[in-house]
Structure formats: C-alpha cells, structure tokens
Design a protein around this ligand. Structure first.
Ligand SMILES: Nc1nc2c(c(=O)[nH]1)N[C@H]1C(S)=C(S)[C@@H](COP(=O)(O)OP(=O)(O)OC[C@H]3O[C@@H](n4cnc5c(N)ncnc54)[C@H](O)[C@@H]3O)O[C@H]1N2
Ligand code: MOO
Length: 392
C-alpha cells in the first residue's frame, strides 16, 4: 500500500491547473488569481483628511484667534483653489487636502460663527492627513498570482481599480453516492433498513468551499450496468467525479468497475492510512475520478486530505497541506501499522482528541475541527506534547 506522502506526491504530478479565463471582478469571490493584480491608481489617490474639521497651514494658526473660513472641501469635491495664508477650509473625512494646507484640526476643537472659526488650544500636533500613496502606490502589486479572492483580498482588488481579473477556470465537480441503502435525508425513516445519504451534501459543500462548482449530485444503486451509465453521464459534465462508497473489496463494491468501460486508469488505490484505507484516485480520459470510502468519517477525512489539494491544484495553487504544530490537551492513543489522522477539537488548553475515532462516526464530526497527523507505530502521547495538525 502507498503512504499518504506518496499519494500526495502523485496528486502533485498528475493534477495540472485548468485553463485561464477573464471574469468581471464582481464575479471574483472565491476564484484563484492567475495573474498578479497591480494598482491602477494610488491609495489614497490624493492626500486627504482623516477627520471632519478644518484644513489649515499649522504654522499659521495660534489657538484662540479668529480665522476666516475660505470654503469647503468634500470627498469627490475639493476646494477649488489654494488655501489663502492664515485662513482655514472646512473639510470632511476623505476630502482632498487643499493645496497650501498641511494639517486638519478636528471640529471638536473648533467653534464656528458664520465664516469665522476659533480653534481651542491643544488641537495639535497631530496632522490628521493621509498622504497620497501611503497605503499603496500606483503600479504596486497588491495581490499575487495564486491568491484566492476572499472578503479581505476583494477589498484590495477593488481598491486597485480593476474591472476584470484573470483566474483559473473553476473546477466542475460531479458527485455520486453509491449504495442500495442510501436515501434522501428526511426519507430514510420511511423504510426499515434505509439510511440517510449523509455525505454527498457534505462533500458538495466542502468542494464549493474549496472553489469548485458542483454540476451534479446523485445517488446510485448497487447495479453495475446502471452505475456504468451514470458514470458516463457524470464524466461528461465535470472535470472531476467523486464516487462515495463501494471502494472496498465487497462483492457489490462497484466504484472502480463502474468507470472501467470509460477507460479508468488508477493513479493510486488503497493507502496505508487510517481512516480512509480504500480511498483511490484515477483518470478517465481528461477527467479525474476520486473514490472516497463509504464510512462517513473516512469520506470526510479523505476529502480533506486529497480532494481539497486536488481542487487547489486545478485552480493554480500548490495544494500543500498547512500543517501546524499544536499542543495536545488530552492523551493521544498509540497508532497501529497505518499513518493515522485523529479527529480533534480545539479547546481552551489545546487539541482535545475526540473519544470515538470510528470511521462510521457522523454525529461526532460536528465537533471535529482539526486532524492530528500521527505516524504509524507511534507510542501513545500524553497531554502537553506537540503534534502536527491540519484544519479540518
Ligand atoms: N474485508 C474488508 N472489508 C472492509 C475493508 C477491508 O479492507 N477489507 N475496508 C474497510 C474500510 S477501511 C472501509 S472505510 C469500508 C469502506 O468501504 P466502501 O467504500 O466500500 O463503503 P460501503 O461499503 O459502500 O459503505 C460503508 C459504510 O458506509 C455507509 N455509507 C456509504 N455511503 C454513505 C453515504 N453517502 N452516507 C452515509 N453513509 C454511507 C454504508 O452504509 C456502510 O455502512 O470498508 C471496510 N470493509
Ligand atoms: O479506514 Mo476505513 O476508512 O476504517 O474506515
């Protein structure tokens, strides 16, 4: 059996980025940049006031003297001429500083009567001016190729004043959950041996969070000819097909056979990991096929370990796992002959290893937010030890 590391290396060598396209920035959330974003204008674009108050030349102003108000500056509507010596301009936050002014006195220090203003002592020395280009200069690289656009990076992209961005095409993903026992959640209770299909929806959500577009999600009965037909349809609609269940060695485990007539070539099959031993990856023509084990916790762990990096690579990213050294708050059991990924919860004192690590766990997944990577044949660890963990 191959190791987790070997399988990750095979993903890196078999999965190449999808083609590049241009989309409006307004459709950019979640997309991965295929080219740097450079600022078309500086920020701030002009030296602007950081406060509502009065723009002055500081050396002209002594507290307590009457000062003539020469006019007004608003964001988008600057004072039309140079600040006359010894005078002030009414100014609002974000308005361009008039030529000749070097500071802003907050209005809390000002008393106004018609066109005259008096400034109370103690208004300085803060200037309350944001200098042109102090955030970024025109032409500066604000976001690097490979960045996934989220709320914060969208601020930078929009501030760069770009209308369109260059991104990798979104991976299209199709999902099929196999098994005669599976029923739509809410309907399992109608038949005595049915169980809710609890993972196809979850895998779809995980894939969307990782930037994919789910083109179809369905269930399949354990009937090989029917599954072969479904496999053909799914391969037509997606860059990557995920098949949940039927990955093991049972007589009715058809996940791989259903893709055989479509030219399935395996990249890896069965790994020395726990949970998730039956996980497999293959190619069918230009498409990828990822087989996840049916046990719900195994499916979710292997999706995190393999599907997320695949989707990242399809979108031009490196697909590396961001392992972090973290403290254990509870003991970690010894491992057997497979590298083990233990589900844990981040508590006040560190990672709490969840009590039930069975592959069939569903309810307990709600509390699992980290995966601890445990080498095979590792002795049990006490609380306080440092472990390597991945956000789950
Ligand atoms: N003789 C052996 N038996 C098994 C082995 C083995 O090496 N030798 N491996 C075990 C391991 S490890 C796993 S994991 C499971 C995975 O098997 P499959 O991928 O074939 O999964 P199924 O048999 O289809 O289902 C297993 C289990 O999960 C439930 N399931 C399936 N799909 C869903 C779904 N969408 N939502 C909720 N639950 C689902 C299914 O009802 C079964 O209970 O094989 C071991 N066996
Ligand atoms: O390794 Mo399986 O994935 O035990 O459940």
């Amino acid at each position: 059996m191959k190791t987790f590391g070997e399988a990750s290396a095979l993903i890196a060598s078999h999965v190449a980025p999808l083609e590049i396209e241009t989309v409006p920035l307004s459709a950019g959330a979640g997309r991965v940049l295929a080219a740097d974003i450079r600022a078309a204008i500086p920020s701030p674009r002009h030296s602007v006031s950081a406060m509502d108050g009065y723009a002055v030349r500081q050396s002209d102003i002594a507290g307590g003297e009457p000062v003539q108000v020469a006019g007004e500056a608003r964001p988008g509507a600057p004072f039309a001429s140079v600040l006359p010596a010894g005078e002030a301009v009414r100014i609002f936050t974000g308005a361009p500083l008039p030529d000749g002014a070097d500071s802003v006195i907050m209005q809390e220090y000002a008393q106004r009567d018609a066109d005259t203003v008096w400034f109370a002592a103690g208004f300085g020395p803060a200037k309350h001016v944001r200098q042109r280009g102090s955030d970024f200069e025109e032409g500066a690289v604000l976001l690097r190729r490979g960045t996934r656009l989220d709320a914060k990076t969208l601020v930078a992209a929009a501030a760069a004043d770009v209308a369109e961005i260059t991104v990798h095409r979104q991976p299209a993903i199709a999902i099929i959950a196999t098994g005669d026992e599976l029923a739509e959640p809410g309907s399992a209770q109608l038949a005595p041996y049915a169980i809710p299909d609890s993972t196809s929806l979850a895998i779809a959500s995980l894939a969307q969070d990782a930037g994919a577009c789910v083109t179809s999600r369905c269930r399949g009965q354990d009937d090989l000819p029917a599954l072969e037909r479904q496999a053909g349809e799914l391969l037509e609609s997606a860059d990557i097909v995920i098949v949940i269940g039927g990955a093991s060695v049972g007589d009715r485990d058809f996940a791989k056979p259903m893709f055989a007539p479509h030219g399935l070539e395996l990249v890896f099959d069965r790994l020395a990991i726990k949970p998730g031993k039956p996980v497999w990856l293959g190619r069918a023509g230009a498409r990828l096929v990822l087989g996840l084990p049916g046990n719900p916790s195994s499916a979710m762990v292997t999706a995190r370990l393999f599907l997320v990096p695949i989707l990242e690579r399809l979108q031009g990213g490196e697909g590396y796992h961001a392992w972090r050294d973290m403290p254990l708050a509870t003991p970690l059991p010894a491992t057997g002959d497979r590298e083990t990924f233990a589900r844990a919860h981040w508590g006040q004192a560190g990672l709490e290893v969840l009590g039930n690590q069975d592959s069939g766990v569903q309810g307990g997944l709600a509390r699992a937010d980290w995966l601890i990577r445990c080498p095979s044949s590792q002795a049990g660890l006490e609380a306080g030890n440092t472990v390597s963990a991945l956000l789950f």
